[in-house]
Design a protein around this ligand. Structure first.
Ligand SMILES: NC(=O)c1ccc[n+]([C@@H]2O[C@H](COP(=O)([O-])OP(=O)(O)OC[C@H]3O[C@@H](n4cnc5c(N)ncnc54)[C@H](O)[C@@H]3O)[C@@H](O)[C@H]2O)c1
Length: 312
């Protein structure tokens, strides 16, 4: 196969995906505008002759030769996607149109990194793929949530209208090395605060629940999905159904890091979902996939990464 295109390949998940694809023997073309990604995320790949890097903003059309596309480009943390919300929607929507156009011209398979945020603040629990969601169309999270929903629509319409081979994965909270230290995501927030001995900031009472998937598990699911039978196009939830409260997460992080941090409670932000847990029965049945890495093990790897980078 020709090289595999990974948009957003210099980001958190993208860099792990590039690494995995190279380890499997593929050629990889990483496209990124470095909005939230960085060269340091892929510094260990730059010397690999099967790895190529192209600086490009996917809101503009892209013309390259490739055999398969993973579309991951999009800021994923609230702080970054709310910084320039119009650009966020453009990245999801114009970006999807551009990469779908490329896939159509080349007649190749394309995977969209969608998100559990398409379910919004769900009134169904846990969320299965046939749940349509409860999303505020005009709130501060809408640029991300609605952008991703529209991208899903585009993928399915390219499939229905043009016969394009698509895969739509709905990713739930994922954590691991190469998350950004100051991006407002809860796992990195807590780890950085604990490492610095600062108070651990909890929004609301900390009773809201989340589920956290370690990055290696997530990439495994994504790879399995891409190579699955042609008529299984998703959407498919990939995440860890082990549900814990934010308070429990804070305690787990503190037990791995140690140190003197205390808990500090702040008001809940607008549209913060109360519960989030994937129903992964479709992934289990269709992909024979489920997460394997226990939270404590994943936290240890992630804490080790932040210890290294914060000390640099
Ligand atoms: N990490 C998670 O828990 C999670 C959960 C759900 C969905 N996702 C999705 O997975 C994908 C990757 O997320 P991540 O956590 O690695 O985020 P990230 O911010 O680390 O990575 C996104 C990458 O896309 C790049 N990018 C942004 N806009 C671009 C543009 N216009 N053109 C080219 N590149 C652009 C950024 O520079 C960055 O390298 C995103 O699409 C995100 O929505 C992630």
């Amino acid at each position: 196969m020709k090289s595999i295109l990974v948009t957003g390949g210099a980001g958190f998940l993208g860099s792990h995906l590039c690494e995995r694809l190279l380890a499997e023997g593929h050629e990889v073309l990483c496209v990124d505008n470095f909005y939230t990604g960085s060269k340091s995320n892929i510094s260990n790949l730059l010397q690999n002759p099967r790895f190529e890097l192209l600086r490009h903003d996917i809101t503009f059309p892209i013309y390259v030769e490739t055999g398969q596309i993973y579309n991951l480009a999009c800021p994923a943390s609230p702080i970054h996607y709310q910084h320039d919300p119009v650009q966020t929607t453009k990245t999801s929507v114009h970006g999807a149109i551009n990469v779908l156009g490329l896939a159509k011209r080349l007649g190749i398979k394309i995977l969209q990194a969608s998100t559990s945020e398409v379910y919004g603040d769900p009134d169904v629990h846990p969320q299965s793929e046939d749940y349509w969601g409860r999303v505020n169309p005009i709130g501060i999270r809408s640029c991300y949530d609605e952008g991703k929903r529209c991208a899903e629509t585009l993928f399915f319409d390219y499939h229905r209208q043009c016969g394009l081979s698509i895969k739509v994965i709905r990713i739930f909270n994922t954590y691991g090395p190469r998350m950004l230290p100051n991006d407002g995501r809860v796992v990195s927030n807590f780890i950085v605060q604990a490492l610095r001995g600062e108070p651990i900031t909890i929004y609301g009472k900390g009773h809201q629940t989340r589920s956290f998937c370690y990055v290696d598990d997530l990439i495994g699911g994504m790879r399995r999905f891409m190579d699955s039978r042609a008529d299984f196009i998703g959407p498919v939830n990939i995440g860890n159904p082990g549900e814990i409260t934010i308070l429990e997460l804070a305690e787990s992080v503190l037990s791995v890091v140690g140190g003197p941090s205390k808990l500090k409670f702040l008001p809940l932000p607008q549209d913060d979902p109360k519960q989030r847990k994937p129903d992964i029965s479709v992934a289990r049945k269709e992909l024979q996939w489920e997460p394997k890495v226990p939270l404590k093990d994943g936290l240890r790897e992630t804490v080790a990464y932040f210890r290294r980078t914060l000390l640099d």
